[in-house]
Design a protein. Structure first.
Length: 217
């Protein structure tokens, strides 16, 4: 199992737009605002913007040193008012919002490669099911860590344990397609379904922007 993600507080936000033009405008604004106001903020570590295969859905991922830093440098920062207001734009609907922490993940043979395919998989869990979900992920590490083209999978868990996000990556569409054909994936999905209170949200994406914290000094 790989070590924890560098961020002690992670956020994911789903933004569904009314078309590619709105998605492109939103992506430009996001990049401008994060670059101008967040990358220098205390406690900020990174922000990643994903575009789903439908061309209209965006997923914003943020990594922070802690929840207090996130609140102070983003939620309470007047310079981030425009960025916070993106979800109120005409043609934009805010979907599931996640806040929580990273759990130990899995690294594959392509660890460190630039991902061609990234998935954001959101699961709504029954109370008390989080430990079993993490156990299932650990049990699958034996074969996943040697799967060709697999880069990594990092799981995230909300503070109350009812929202789970898995964030796997592959170095090519070919590797992703082979992964999805593997019967062990279907078996794992069946077990996970027994622990859910609602259907999962599954977004296959590409990373279109990534901004890391500005070096101090």
């Amino acid at each position: 199992m790989a070590p924890h993600s560098s961020g002690e507080h992670t956020t994911f936000g789903i933004l569904r737009t009314d078309g590619r033009a709105t998605a492109d405008r939103l992506a430009r604004t996001w990049t401008e605002e994060v670059g101008a106001h967040l990358r220098h903020a205390p406690g900020f570590r990174s922000a990643t913007l994903h575009l789903a295969d439908d061309g209209t859905t965006l997923v914003d991922q943020g990594e922070w040193a802690g929840e207090e830093e996130y609140t102070r440098s983003f939620l309470d920062n007047p310079d981030c008012e425009r960025l916070r207001g993106i979800g109120d734009w005409p043609g934009v609907d805010v979907g599931t919002v996640f806040a929580g922490r990273a759990e130990p993940g899995i690294e594959g043979p392509a660890a460190g490669a630039d991902p061609e395919v990234v998935v954001v998989a959101i699961r709504h869990l029954a109370e008390g099911a989080a430990d079993r979900v993490l156990d299932l992920l650990r049990e699958s590490a034996g074969w996943k860590k040697s799967f060709p083209g697999f880069i990594s999978a990092t799981p995230f868990l909300s503070r109350d344990g009812t929202l789970f996000v898995n964030h796997p990556k592959w170095d090519s569409d070919t590797a992703y397609a082979a992964w999805m054909r593997d019967p062990r994936i279907a078996e794992g999905q069946e077990e996970l379904a027994l622990l859910e209170t609602a259907p999962p949200e599954y977004l296959r994406c590409t990373v279109i922007a990534e901004i890391t914290a500005s070096p101090i000094g």
